[in-house]
Ligand binder design. Sequence first.
Ligand SMILES: *[C@@H]1O[C@H](CO)[C@@H](O)[C@H](O)[C@H]1NC(C)=O
Ligand SMILES: *[C@@H]1O[C@H](CO)[C@@H](O)[C@H](O)[C@H]1NC(C)=O
Ligand SMILES: *[C@@H]1O[C@H](CO)[C@@H](O)[C@H](O)[C@H]1NC(C)=O
Ligand SMILES: *[C@@H]1O[C@H](CO)[C@@H](O)[C@H](O)[C@H]1NC(C)=O
Ligand SMILES: *[C@@H]1O[C@H](CO)[C@@H](O)[C@H](O)[C@H]1NC(C)=O
Ligand SMILES: *[C@@H]1O[C@H](CO)[C@@H](O)[C@H](O)[C@H]1NC(C)=O
Length: 437
Amino acid sequence: MKGFLDVVMKLEKIITVVGSLGGAAVDGVLAPKYLDLDIPYSIRNVAATIVHDAMTYYNGNTSSNPLAVGDLQDPYYWWVAGALWGTLLDYYHYTKDPSYNDVVIEALLSPYNLGPNHDFMPPEHASEEGNDDLYFWGSAALSAAERNFPQPDATKPSWLAIGANVFNSLQSRWNTTHCGGGLTWQIYPDNPNGMNYKNSITNGGFFQIAARMARATGNDTYRAWADRAWDWSWDVGLVDHDAWHVYDGTDSANDCAEVNRASYTYTSGVYLYGAAVMANHTGDPRWVDRATNLLAGAAWFFGPYGNATDILYEGACEPADRCNADMETHKAYLARNMWQATWMVPSLRPTVERYMNASAMAAAATCTGGADGHRCGMKWYVGGHDGNVGLGPQMTALEAIQGWLIEDAAPPLRGDAIQTVRDVEWTPVDPYRHDTS
Ligand SMILES: *[C@@H]1O[C@H](CO)[C@@H](O)[C@H](O)[C@H]1NC(C)=O
Ligand SMILES: *[C@@H]1O[C@H](CO)[C@@H](O)[C@H](O)[C@H]1NC(C)=O
Ligand SMILES: *[C@@H]1O[C@H](CO)[C@@H](O)[C@H](O)[C@H]1NC(C)=O
Ligand SMILES: *[C@@H]1O[C@H](CO)[C@@H](O)[C@H](O)[C@H]1NC(C)=O
Ligand SMILES: *[C@@H]1O[C@H](CO)[C@@H](O)[C@H](O)[C@H]1NC(C)=O
Ligand SMILES: *[C@@H]1O[C@H](CO)[C@@H](O)[C@H](O)[C@H]1NC(C)=O
């Protein structure tokens, strides 16, 4: 903890920048470059700035096209929208700022996203929907369930029931014809590029949904499927048996004989949080070991150069400037899942804090770009803004930075604590106050 005088001086700096960020959704926003991890007020207000700028990429709530509700425009696929609502749910849960909750509720419950069977399989998005999309949208609904986030629409199921629907949809496509099991990336044959590809984001996503449903409900059917999805991922080599890296996928046309060893940050995060949830739910020390090893295996995504110790980077594409709009968001899901794993397995916290200290500070330091001078950049290791702006840079910085508030946020609920009837009254649990204490 810093000395009193130091804190007072920091607050003076905060107050001088208030008002220079016109148009923000909340008062008291702070330019990200002034982030101070020792002051929760600083973290909250930096997060408010970054989330405001992230939402400039969303116009679905002002469009006259009903299909735009909850969706993003090109170059962002529909799955990134599901991931964004997960990030916004985290934003509210950590900061208590309810400014975007109505937008999030409308997005998740729109019939063009939720679909006629309430399982995020909307026919309107079939042309771009894979099994991994269900993970991102389903994960958002489960986060809402685990936090008793309001579900005010009496014609729709509870968040937990929606999570169960997503699980059932994925489980129905588990396929033992090749490779002894697994889910393919794609669902519909008109997306031929992934009908044979059994990949880690899809199978890790199913594993994590099963683990969270098991913990939320105590139902052993989900636990058995989490075990099965993990064992299959391990046996087929998607998770490296020595280094605990997570590789991209394997071809079922070849009976999964070979693994594509490309690797992206987010898949390590998805398996890590699933393993941490299983550790918490089962009390089985093997799951603690797996979560600990997966975190250790993610180390290769931190500190690309000697001048960038512990700074997160997307090694497969950032240094070569080859990240597409999807890949620019991936670091967000490693950061999110690393932070949330500390809820489940507290012994992971020192390592996560070490990485997220360097990474959050470096991310904040990139947020000096764009016409308004506070847009975040993509490469956190260059020591400033790198010339890239976009939704990915905003989401990744946000998840790394706002996670610093996680210790004061309630961990995921379980069992009877989860409301399975709709909460018709909508009242923020802990109204956000822009005080300086
Ligand atoms: C972040 O790391 C710096 C440098 O090691 C350290 O001085 C500071 O206390 C850390 N902050 C937090 C919040 O852990
Ligand atoms: C749309 O959402 C933004 C937040 O991103 C909010 O500020 C604005 O008021 C919303 N507009 C409408 C018409 O709901
Ligand atoms: C499993 O895969 C086989 C071969 O690709 C396919 O013919 C079959 O329809 C699939 N089954 C399910 C349940 O998806
Ligand atoms: C457990 O979940 C499975 C899969 O959704 C379901 O079929 C079963 O009825 C549930 N069991 C109980 C006791 O709720
Ligand atoms: C499970 O998670 C809860 C909530 O964070 C925590 O209080 C508890 O200590 C964890 N249990 C185990 C066995 O790690
Ligand atoms: C660190 O080194 C890399 C590779 O040489 C370089 O691209 C980057 O700009 C450097 N970062 C800083 C903060 O100097």
